[in-house]
Write a protein of this length. Sequence first.
Length: 98
Amino acid sequence: MQQLPDLGKNTLDKPDRWAKFRGLTWWQLVLSLAPILLLPIGGAIGGAFGAAGLFTNLSLARKPFGTPLKALAMLGVTLASYLGYIVVAGLLYNLVNG
């Protein structure tokens, strides 16, 4: 049986930070990276929601779903990230400025 190479490491045994993005189609990359755009908009709260959405979409992109279902699920995660940020930021704003 042939052993598959570990794509998470390079020849110098350093972890490859871009391994999770390799092999994805353009639309999977766009939908995976869309939630991280919350970082410059929302600071730490936006970054937290964006990172959660990014890693969830990267996980969904590797699942063996059909293309339409995968695209809808990834779009739903992206929208949920933005909605979650809006709700939490709004609650914190009201709490501080009461």
